[in-house]
Write a protein that binds this ligand. Structure first.
Ligand SMILES: Cc1cc2nc3c(=O)[nH]c(=O)nc-3n(C[C@H](O)[C@H](O)[C@H](O)COP(=O)(O)OP(=O)(O)OC[C@H]3O[C@@H](n4cnc5c(N)ncnc54)[C@H](O)[C@@H]3O)c2cc1C
Length: 246
């Protein structure tokens, strides 16, 4: 049984991918009792920071770390320069405190993961899928899984080295892409709706029947709706498509 907790928590590390994308690692205090399932999110607010009317400003962020990495919560946060909370979060430094409430959300892996399951992410939508993949690989999973992941530009390829490691060692079929490749980009061009059709034949070659193929999709609303539409047009089943969007 998961319990909702509110915890004041320290920023242990900040990795800046660009001026607009950061990965925050938060250290849970010992004995916090916080637990979560891969795919869930937390509400983040700042101590003493509220709207003009006095209401606390709290925003949702998916957890990218795995529950197997005890004591750590990792969040991938995009900056919305005119936003209420993200610009304040981007002013924070290592050692500063944030308030985390959660976990929340029902976007979770089905209990028995099926070989050939497809994960599809756009931008920070990788976060909850990363938690799922990390937790599977931490548990020794080595059946074939697919990840179609599109970053808006090459430098925003989140967790690149780690994902390439899973591709090399854990049977992850990684199809990374960007719509704006530069001359350093070694992977695919376009969004997941561009790359998926090119790999469909290869995907079907792994022998999983289309009617039981499972999908986990996360990203911006348009990316998710376009992807779901494409999958349904190809003939994949609606009830096997699990999604989260923001
Ligand atoms: C379940 C869930 C999980 C989420 N996980 C993440 C995550 O892992 N990483 C992450 O960065 N965000 C995530 N979000 C989005 C996050 O909660 C905030 O909405 C986002 O950080 C903007 O908050 P803000 O207070 O800075 O901006 P706001 O004050 O909410 O908005 C500022 C301006 O930006 C625009 N805007 C806000 N969000 C978007 C958007 N997504 N696309 C385009 N324009 C937008 C608004 O229309 C407004 O004009 C998630 C949301 C949900 C519901």
């Amino acid at each position: 049984m998961l319990n909702i907790r509110e915890i004041v928590i320290k920023i242990a590390d900040i990795r800046a991918y660009s001026e607009n994308l950061r990965v925050f690692r938060l250290t849970l205090p010992e004995g916090s009792g916080f637990s979560f399932v891969p795919g869930q999110f937390v509400m983040v607010s700042l101590p003493g920071f509220a709207a003009a009317n006095g209401r606390k400003i709290a925003k949702s962020y998916s957890i990218a770390s795995s529950p197997s990495e005890t004591g750590i919560l990792e969040l991938c946060i995009a900056l919305y320069p005119s936003g209420a909370l993200s610009p304040k979060l981007f002013q924070k430094n290592v050692g500063d405190e944030v308030v985390v409430t959660g976990p929340y959300g029902v976007f979770q892996l089905k209990q028995s993961i099926q070989s050939g399951t497809v994960f599809m992410a756009g931008g920070t939508g990788l976060a909850p899928l990363m938690s799922m993949l990390r937790s599977l690989y931490a548990g020794g999973y080595n059946e074939k899984l697919w990840l179609f992941y599109s970053a808006s530009e090459p430098k925003l390829f989140l967790f690149k080295e780690e994902l390439l490691g899973y591709q090399k060692n854990n049977n992850l079929q990684l199809i990374a892409s960007t719509s704006r490749p530069d001359n350093t980009w070694e992977w695919e061009k376009g969004r997941v709706t561009d790359t998926f059709p090119s790999f469909l034949h290869q995907l079907q070659g792994d022998g999983v029947p289309s009617e039981s193929r499972q999908f986990y999709i996360c990203g911006p609303p348009l990316m998710v709706s376009d992807t779901v539409k494409m999958l349904e047009q190809i003939g994949f089943k609606k009830e096997n498509i699990h999604k989260e969007q923001w």
